[in-house]
Design a protein around this ligand. Structure first.
Ligand code: ARG
Length: 400
């Protein structure tokens, strides 16, 4: 059995109780590690103190926001990654970066195990454990919440009995997970897929602005680097777009998705920055990517999203797909204009120094350079096989 465990600590009820529970029930020493990926958590000092109050031997907070944005979110954006066509993988992308730091901390503290606070019904346990096995197959993974069988109410009593300063109340109904790339809200009355999400669940996408505005997003090789001509890092781009796009009340998703563990789950998300960036990036690709490359990329994008969703961020296929995606982004440099209006965000223009859009080919005006005479022979050959089929077989079937 493990002697020292590094726990992925969020500051919430479950991971706080997990600190004490692992010490008492498993006889281990617990190091609490909180990874800041842009969640709207309490004050990190309070989070750290709570872990220590619960009995952690050490408690550390790591600011991984820029790393998360550049090394995890940016590759997913280049791949336009949307699980089941809609969900930009908010939680799925954060688990691998958390695990990377867990493993580093385990090495640093000489721990022989890592731990997480996930239940047995979700995807996050899969992502924590599979990522850990990919990076550090020798480390044990402890999942106290999955095994302890306490109800939420019992966990709250446990915390009170052990003097753990948590703010949870019995009434808490939603399960919320958030970071830079968005916010996931589950449970409560939304467990009925027909129920309208109560207005109180939204926080990033509350409409507060009515005056329309335009935003120009500049990309270099598939990565956003500018807003309205101002040079920004990936982290700043995302933060700014969450605020601006969110203030138009745009970026909500309401869907029933297929979890890895076989459950269909009603999920609501707020993803103003991520959806706006994917919309803009995909649009820029429409002028920068040659047709076959664009189509082949579109074919692998759902697969990419599935791998990330299923906890396979650190996997050979995902690595190989990244190489393909990176290669496809060489000329994805340019600008996209987004128009924001209450409840809407739409592309109204795109341009690139590498654009494959050729005015002289597209226009019906005098500048037209398209060789119209080439079309007759081309179309004739294009339809030749169909013509032969129609002559020999097609007309017979119609007659019969
Ligand atoms: N369904 C989403 C996913 O699997 C969100 C999970 C949110 N996690 C949570 N602990 N509430 O990625």
């Amino acid at each position: 059995m493990a002697k020292r465990v590094v726990l992925a600590y969020s500051g919430g009820l479950d991971t706080s109780v997990a600190v004490r529970w692992m010490i008492d029930e498993l006889g281990v020493e617990v190091v609490a590690l909180a990874v800041d990926v842009g969640q709207a958590a309490d004050d990190w000092t309070v989070v750290r103190e709570r872990a220590l109050a619960a009995g952690a031997a050490e408690a550390t907070v790591i600011d991984a926001r820029a790393e998360f944005a550049e090394d995890f979110v940016a590759p997913a954006l280049k791949a336009n990654a949307l699980y089941e066509g809609r969900y930009p993988l908010v939680s799925a992308l954060s688990r691998p970066v958390i695990v990377k730091h867990l493993v580093e901390a385990a090495r640093y503290h000489g721990a022989d195990a890592v731990a997480h606070g996930c239940t047995g019904k979700g995807n996050d346990q899969v992502r924590f454990e599979v990522s850990t096995r990919a990076l550090a197959p020798d480390l044990e993974v402890v999942a106290p919440v999955r095994g302890w069988g306490m109800t939420r109410e019992e966990s709250i009593y446990y915390a009170y009995d052990h003097g753990i300063p948590i703010q949870a109340t019995k009434e808490k109904v939603y399960s919320i997970d958030d970071n830079l790339w968005g916010r996931a809200i589950e449970c409560g009355e939304m467990e009925d897929p027909w129920a309208v999400p109560p207005p109180g669940v939204w926080s990033l996408t509350r409409p507060t602005v009515t005056e329309p505005c335009d935003l120009v997003i500049g990309f270099e090789q598939g990565v956003p680097v500018e807003i309205d001509g101002e040079r920004l890092g990936m982290l700043d781009v995302i933060e700014r777009l969450n605020t601006v796009v969110g203030s138009y009340g745009w970026g909500r998703i309401d869907m029933v998705e297929n979890r890895r563990v076989g459950i269909k789950s009603r999920e609501t998300y707020e993803c103003p920055a991520s959806l706006a960036l994917i919309l803009a990036h995909k649009d820029l690709e429409s002028i920068c990517l040659e047709r076959d490359l664009e189509r082949e990329k579109a074919r692998i994008e759902p697969r990419y999203a599935e791998l990330v969703y299923d906890g396979l961020w650190f996997s050979p296929l995902k690595q190989a797909l990244d190489a393909f995606v990176d290669s496809s982004q060489e000329f994805v440099t340019g600008e996209v204009r987004l128009r924001l209006e209450p409840g809407s965000c739409a592309v109204t223009g795109r341009r690139s120094p590498h654009s494959l859009y050729d005015y002289r080919l597209a226009t019906y005006d005098a500048e037209d350079r398209f060789r119209h005479e080439d079309s007759a022979g081309f179309v004739r050959l294009w339809g030749l096989g169909i013509e032969t089929w129609a002559d020999r077989q097609g007309s017979k079937r119609v007659r019969d």
